[in-house]
Design a protein around this ligand. Structure first.
Ligand code: PEP
Ligand code: MG
Length: 323
């Protein structure tokens, strides 16, 4: 089977009826890029930059960050690289920031919330990203966006730093797409409004499922409620994709769900454009997609979206795709 997969390393990802989708990888460090390339990834759909900030005693400098971003972009050449700005808090802590303990860290002061308040930290990262943008195909993505105001504020800070860098004589790409992660239910519901202002969506199902089902993604006792195939999740995902397409934007997914063999046919039928997963899932996913007819899956869409339970969805897909 490995040999079958390897043949597809440099092939585009096409469904049996000839529709293209993009299969990209989630990475955490520049060292992960070689695995993306050797596994046939078409780019990076989620670069989790937290690792630059973790396991050390102080914030990473602009230069340190610039070097990491430049390395990732250069290794990938023309291929797209979606870099997520700092998503700290929740399950990821930084000792040196000395943030007060919270009762509900997953609902607390994290990610973009922290970056907008501590814009001194945020600006350093944005400057490093903007400077690195000349070295490849950079897209910037903000995590945990809950309101349009947050997105506008984050984008305004990015533009301020861009102007400042230009006045300092730096050059940068002028075609950087700016998108958001959709991992908060309100943002999924309000996707039509967001779609007018963002360049793309990437659906973060790891968090979107936990917030929609009110089930902590780390808590074993409630893990039975963590249901990627729940019709409520599928309806939210579909709503986000439709909202993006209505404004001529693209919609991807970078949660674990994007690499799941039951979810892939569902997502293809819902119209997802980009699937971001661990590098080792890319060739199996490409192999699977080449045997799926998108038109057939689109035909199941209304039926799937109106099903009553996750089990019903799973049974139906297993049957239709022989899994
Ligand atoms: C997600 O929430 O789906 C996601 C990709 O981000 P993380 O797993 O880093 O929270
Ligand atoms: Mg998340």
């Amino acid at each position: 089977q490995k040999r079958e997969w390897a043949k597809l390393k440099n092939e585009p990802t096409k469904s049996a009826d000839g529709v293209n989708v993009e299969l990209v990888a989630n990475i955490g460090t520049p060292e992960d890029v070689s695995g993306v390339i050797s596994n046939g990834g078409e780019g990076v759909g989620l670069y989790r930059t937290e690792f630059l900030y973790m396991g050390k005693s102080q914030l990473p400098t602009e230069e340190e960050q610039f070097n990491a971003y430049k390395s990732v972009l250069e290794q990938l050449g023309e291929k797209p690289v979606v870099v997520r700005t700092l998503d700290i808090g929740g399950d990821k802590e930084l000792d040196y920031l000395d943030l007060p303990k919270e009762l509900n860290p997953f609902l607390g002061f994290r990610a973009i919330r922290l970056c907008l308040e501590r814009d001194d930290i945020f600006r350093v990262q944005l400057r490093a990203l903007l400077r690195a943008s000349v070295h490849g195909n950079l897209k910037i993505m903000f995590p945990m966006i809950a309101t349009l105001e947050e997105f506008r504020q984050a984008k305004a800070i990015l533009m301020e730093e861009k102007d400042r860098l230009i006045s300092e004589g730096h050059s940068m790409s002028d075609s950087i797409e700016i998108g958001i992660m959709v991992e908060i239910p309100s943002t999924a519901v309000a996707a039509p409004q967001f779609a007018k202002e963002v360049d793309f969506f990437s659906i973060g199902t790891n968090d979107l499922i936990q917030y929609t089902m009110a089930a902590d993604r780390m808590n074993e006792r409630v893990s039975y409620l963590y249901q990627p195939y729940h019709p409520a999740i599928l309806n939210l995902v579909h709503h986000v994709i439709e909202a993006a397409h209505a404004e001529g934007k693209w919609a991807g997914m970078c949660g674990e769900m994007a690499g799941d063999s039951i979810a892939i046919p569902i997502l293809l039928g819902l119209g997802l454009d980009e699937f971001s997963m661990s590098a080792t899932s890319i060739l199996p996913a490409r192999t699977q997609i080449r045997d799926l007819s998108k038109a057939e899956l689109v035909g199941y869409k209304d039926k799937l979206l109106s099903m009553s339970t996750a089990d019903e969805v799973e049974q139906f897909i297993r049957e239709k795709t022989n899994q």
